[in-house]
Write a protein that binds this ligand. Structure first.
Ligand code: G3I
Length: 358
């Protein structure tokens, strides 16, 4: 276990780069022609960062902000009740600090990647103690370095109509809907300067289920805002299956409601799931880029996102084949760089919506 502690210098570099405060100032806006442009970033894996120089170079050259893909999840940092293991997250934080990249945190309350010992908690009092204790320790450790947190991730069940209410897991079972404000308040108490994000997937497509998901997410956001809970932004994960149509009207109506609540929007986990696309690489890469463009332009017209992060940077390291293996056996190509770190058309689309790396 390493015990990297952010120094004042790395903290400052990270904080300035990650907050967007410098870049969002008047001169940056003027430089981009008055249109706000997002910071580009990617989810990173600590083992690849340490062992694959081409990957580390691509991240360093292309990203202004990064987020650990798994390094801050409960299953990774809480092997048991007594221990915190920050090895992976510290490695990524040190990399961000060295390069002056912004850093996001993912995630503090999520049903996925929960260790069995925590999932077994049944008492409300214990649940609140463990959840808030975890958030206090993790958020305060990276205060000033991680400037934006996915506090609550994926609270909505796949189909809210079928399951009623929230996705079942230890915190919703023990604390009910209160787990959400409890988590946000604990994060704000641990780092009052951090931007706190409610992060969801499958809110952008045509179909009644996706409309229900947008409605459910709006309901949660409105409830938090109305009761003064510190919520600053909505994260649209944007794992986009290429065979699903973006609901332009539905997504824009949703975003107008978000904007009316004065919340920021981030694209947090963009990639394009290419399992349904033809095998031919040029066709596939073009369709992947078009899918992302349709989504990003729909969002940008209503509320330019403050950050656009892809879930990985290169097809060499992607979660997509874990669930969406292609039937022709070809490797998936969901990300902006191919497996040899060459830029694909998706990178060009992202560059239209983001500021160039410094
Ligand atoms: O670390 C081991 C490695 O040592 C081993 O060689 C390998 C063999 O399978 O497994 C590795 O761990 C896997 C890890 O991904 C590799 O990065 C874990 O078993 C696997 O569970 C883990 O999956 C991650 C998944 O979340 C669950 O935490 C994916 O990488 C990650 O991309 C995915 O991310 C989620 C977001 O957090 C939330 N939104 C959806 C997104 C995609 O599913």
């Amino acid at each position: 276990m390493t015990h990297f502690r952010p120094t004042r210098r790395t903290m400052l570099a990270g904080a300035l780069a990650g907050s967007g405060l410098l870049a969002r100032g008047p001169s940056a806006l003027a430089a981009s022609g008055g249109a706000a442009r997002a910071v580009y970033g990617a989810a990173v894996r600590g083992d690849a960062l340490a062992n694959d120089p081409a990957y580390a170079k691509a991240i360093a050259e292309r990203c202004r902000t990064i987020v650990p893909e798994g390094g801050l999840k409960w299953a990774v940092i809480r092997p048991n009740r007594e221990t915190f293991d920050f090895t992976e997250a510290d490695r990524i934080a040190a990399f961000a600090g060295r390069l002056g990249l912004g850093l996001r945190g993912h995630t503090l309350a999520w049903y996925g990647a929960m260790p069995a010992w925590a999932e077994a908690i049944t008492s409300r009092v214990e649940a609140e103690r463990v959840l808030t204790g975890h958030i206090e320790t993790v958020v305060s450790r990276y205060a000033g370095l991680i400037t934006s947190w996915d506090v609550v991730n994926e609270p909505i069940p796949d189909d809210p109509a079928a399951s009623e209410g929230l996705r079942p897991f230890v915190w919703s079972r023990t604390l009910g809907a209160d787990y959400i404000p409890i988590a946000f308040r604990a994060a704000a108490a641990a780092d009052p300067a951090a931007r706190l994000v409610l992060n969801e997937y499958d809110v952008e497509f045509v179909g009644a289920r996706f409309q229900r998901r947008r409605d459910a997410l709006l309901g949660i956001a409105r409830g938090l805002v109305d009761s003064g809970v510190p919520l600053h932004a909505i994260g649209l994960q944007a794992h986009l299956p290429a065979d699903r149509a973006i609901d332009r009207d539905g997504l824009q109506a949703f975003l107008r409601e978000i904007r009316a609540m004065n919340l920021d929007v981030l694209v947090t986990e963009l990639d394009v799931i290419d399992a349904s696309l033809p095998g031919d690489v040029d066709t596939r890469d073009r369709r992947v880029a078009e899918t992302a463009r349709a989504f990003l332009s729909t969002v940008h017209e209503v509320v330019p996102p403050s950050a656009i992060l892809t879930w990985g940077i290169s097809d060499r390291y992607t979660w997509v084949p874990m669930y969406f293996t292609r039937s022709d056996g070809l490797p998936n190509r969901p990300l902006p760089l191919d497996a040899t770190m060459r830029a694909k058309p998706l990178m060009a689309v992202i560059e239209q919506f983001t500021r160039r790396a410094a």
